[in-house]
Design a protein around this ligand. Structure first.
Ligand code: ADP
Ligand code: ZN
Length: 791
């Protein structure tokens, strides 16, 4: 323990007075002891947020331990005040914060700050309220008549209340009478009506109606998976009861560690990997397991990638639990601050029993948890790119251990890390290999674009390389049959580069050193990293020659090509450029589902979690975009993407077809995806990872240095490299310092260094020691990322 900042007014510790050890929220790893004043005694527990005096200031802090005595108690100050009425961190979340701090090597205060939404941290318990007005007594007829003559507005309000069963809210009245706030004052004073304040929830789904849905009869495969999940839930609920009280105050990190060890003992793993092909009914398994969890009086948390958190997804949950739809809280980044605040408090106050959300929802303050579900567990967006750089799936597994609840990871294309954990028996593997509708997977046809180009089969010169002849014929066929088509390309804009014919230079963003993309609608070059925009130059910025040439295509260009070839088709484009307006995405998807559109062109916004029964054709316009990124997961990503996109086709009565256009038809990712052969692909890729010592056989740490000055950033990383070499833990593989794959972003030059080891904690301890001992120039930032998803 450490003493709190010395103060002359420190009270002596009275008999029976207790001490709180707190973590200061704004200072890295600063734990201090404070005396709990008698008036706050009853309100302070572990996880309470408080204000404490520190160096003539008041700062926010979190109580992490309660003590009977402190070795420094002669000089302790008192806690000044409470923030919020109940502890904002559950004991489980505090343990989790320490685990994250430890594993990702990030100060615990940073983790604690991340755990609370900003609105909750900065303005806790600021709810919207409304006045509830009630008719207190009936005015006698003569008074009422007088009122009609002298104060007709007042009379109108009384009549309105009367016709409304004697009550109304002020905001209801104001819809008819904008000045109602002023008009009710004399009525209140005269005692005709009474007023009380009620809380109004900002509910993002206020206007939505949900048709109730009934549980479906599970298929055999679903039944097997469901039973396994229920067994794990009950097993964990059993241990939770027996562990119960041993989870005492204090020694938080130690307990998290202990929870971790206890799983390696004999009992079966409580983390399950549900590997189910698209359409095998994973969501139905989730829904029925959650229903049971609620019946047990427990709570459930469902993580979904941000991009799949569509109204359609939420609707499925709200519809199933429609009688308890209030018991569902939704947490994601598209809510307003107020909505997020209110949804969070719905969980905090124990009213929400189910939380659905994106990455940061893993920190939802649920208690008494029965099940955590991570859908699409392979999704890279579960990794946070700024400190704390946590991976929500991995954090979910740890939270499951801490809370003694089951964890269910679901995917049609599990990450190799999870697949390996299942193979090793750390996770229980559940397979669902068949679609619930009994349909076979779609036919996947690989189109070699190199041949296509040689044959010269393009419709016109300007459409080169966008639509192969085979894909064009397939689209035409669907238009004739009144079936639908999805065209997928993970690049926005019209052309993806502009370069000079004379000198070969490409027009790049000044700040980010990547080619700028033409957006034709407003005729601007746009940087997709920093958003910088400029008018396309008419002459080469470098050699001043005219004759700049556009190349590469994005979704905007595809739309034009498709309109040119199929002028009669009804189509829409879905990307972040076209989907700016609120509800636009939902409306477009609704139209597509209602078959008011024939063709949907889009980026990854349409690759996930969508189910359109009349889509029988999917075209992947360029499968190579993901394959060509310099990342050891490039092939894994490509395979996942192809299988996911293919899953959009043929979900209805007709068998689907998928065309994959590529310049690398023989790469394993493309060949295995052709038969949706996950196991074949995974085993092949694992061999490769083993040979080159990449995850899941090692852990990666990516150390980077960035700053405005290129040479300084590079030199800093070089120095770091030399120091890391000394005493490098045995078994560590360290690469050379190199420019990052995004060598410049937002005006900062970036260099990186990749380290790999089987012993992640030993490696991180070494890195931390070296970085802490290094003097870094003021405007150079050094950071490191444990288990990075982008290298
Ligand atoms: P996944 O999440 O694995 O892609 P879904 O849960 O979305 O699959 O299910 C695909 C489709 O199958 C949905 O339309 C769903 O309503 C339907 N479905 C799921 N389970 C069953 C079942 N047991 N019987 C009939 N239809 C089912
Ligand atoms: Zn830029």
């Amino acid at each position: 323990g450490m003493p709190s900042a010395e103060g002359e007014h420190s009270p002596a510790l009275a008999e029976g007075q207790r001490i709180a050890r707190v973590q200061i929220e704004t200072a890295a790893a600063l734990e201090l002891d404070y005396v709990i004043p008698e008036k706050l005694e009853r309100h302070i527990g572990i996880g309470t947020r408080v204000m404490v005096p520190l160096q003539n200031q008041r700062v926010a802090a979190v109580v992490i331990e309660l003590l009977e005595s402190s070795s420094y108690n002669a000089r302790l100050k008192e806690i000044a005040s409470l923030v919020g009425t109940r502890p904002m961190f559950t004991p489980g979340l505090l343990k989790l914060a320490h685990w994250i701090s430890d594993y990702y090597v990030v100060p615990v205060n940073r983790v604690l700050r991340t755990m609370l939404p900003q609105a909750v941290r900065e303005k806790p318990e600021t709810f919207l309220t409304d006045s509830h007005l009630k008719l207190a007594k009936e005015p006698p007829p003569d008074i009422f008549e007088k009122m009609h003559a002298n104060a007709p507005m007042q009379a109108r309000i009384l009549e309105k209340l009367r016709s409304n069963g004697g009550e109304a809210t002020l905001s209801e009245l104001r819809r008819e009478l904008p000045r109602a706030t002023a008009i009710i004052k004399p009525l209140l004073k005269a005692g005709w009506i009474t007023r009380s304040e009620v809380r109004v929830e900002r509910d993002p789904f206020q206007t939505e109606e949900f048709l109730p849905s009934q549980p479906l009869t599970l298929t055999e495969e679903q039944q097997v998976a469901y039973v396994a999940v229920m067994k794990a839930i009950h097993r964990e609920a059993g241990t939770a009861a027996s562990v119960g009280e041993s989870v005492e105050a204090g020694k938080i990190a130690a307990i998290a560690g202990q929870a971790e060890r206890s799983t390696s003992e004999q009992r079966p793993p409580s983390t399950l990997l549900l590997h189910g092909v698209t359409g095998s009914g994973k969501t139905e398994v989730y829904l029925q397991a959650i229903a049971q969890v609620l019946d047990m009086g427990k709570t459930a948390l469902v993580l979904v990638p941000e991009i799949s958190l569509t109204p359609q997804t939420i609707e499925r949950f709200k519809a199933r639990f429609s009688e308890k739809s209030d018991a569902i809280a939704v947490l994601h980044s598209h809510l307003s601050d107020g909505e997020r605040h209110d949804e969070w408090f719905k969980v905090h106050e124990g009213r929400a029993k189910i939380v659905i959300g994106a990455r940061s929802a893993i920190f939802a303050p649920l208690e008494n948890m029965g099940l955590i579900i991570v859908d699409e567990e392979h999704e890279p967006s579960y990794k946070q790119e700024d400190a704390p750089r946590y991976h929500a799936r991995d954090v979910a597994v740890v939270r499951g251990r801490i809370e003694h609840c089951a964890v269910l990871l679901g995917s049609a294309t599990p990450s190799l890390e999870s697949f390996q954990n299942a193979t090793l028996g750390k996770y229980e593997l559940l397979n669902m290999t068949r679609r619930t509708d009994g349909k076979s997977m779609p036919l996947i046809r690989i189109v070699d674009m190199r041949l296509e180009r040689r044959k010269g089969t393009e419709v016109s010169f300007t459409n080169t390389g966008i639509l192969s002849q085979r894909l064009r014929m397939a689209i035409q066929d669907r238009l004739t049959k009144k079936e639908q088509t999805i065209l997928f390309l993970n690049r926005r804009g019209f052309n993806t580069s502009l370069s000079c014919v004379a000198c070969g230079e490409t027009v790049q963003c000044q700040e980010c050193a990547i080619p700028m993309t033409l957006h034709k609608k407003d005729n601007r070059l746009v940087c997709h990293i920093c958003g910088a925009r400029r008018v396309p130059p008419s002459k080469c910025p470098s050699c001043k020659e005219p004759g700049l040439k556009y190349a590469g295509f994005g979704t905007e260009r595809v739309e034009q090509a498709v309109r040119e070839v199929f002028p009669q088709a009804r189509m829409a484009r879905v990307d972040t450029d076209t989907m700016q307006r609120k509800n636009q995405l939902r409306d477009t998807l609704k139209d597509f589902r209602a078959q008011k559109l024939d063709i949907l062109i889009g980026t990854q916004m349409i690759a996930k979690g969508l189910d359109f029964p009349n889509v029988t054709l999917v075209g992947v316009l360029n499968a190579d975009t993901a394959l060509n990124i310099p990342d050891f997961r490039a092939a894994e990503r490509t395979f996942q993407l192809l299988v996911q996109v293919a899953g959009r086709s043929g979900r209805g009565e007709v068998k689907g077809e998928v065309f994959v256009q590529t310049h690398a038809p023989h790469s394993p990712a493309i060949q295995f995806s052709r038969h949706t052969d996950y196991d074949g692909y995974a085993l092949q890729e694992l061999e490769h990872r083993l040979a080159f010592k990449y995850p899941p056989y090692t852990h990666v740490v990516l150390v980077s240095a960035r700053g405005k000055h290129e040479t300084q950033a590079e030199f800093t990383l070089q120095t770091l490299y030399k120091r890391l070499e000394q005493g490098l833990p045995a078994g560590t593989i360290m690469g050379e310092p190199t420019p990052a794959s995004l060598a410049k972003a937002h005006g900062q030059h970036r260099f990186q260094l990749l380290l790999r080891s089987e012993k992640i904690r030993v490696l991180c301890a070494h890195i931390k020691r070296v970085v802490d001992g290094l003097t870094v120039p003021a405007d150079i930032y050094v950071s490191w990322d444990v288990d990075p998803m982008n290298v």
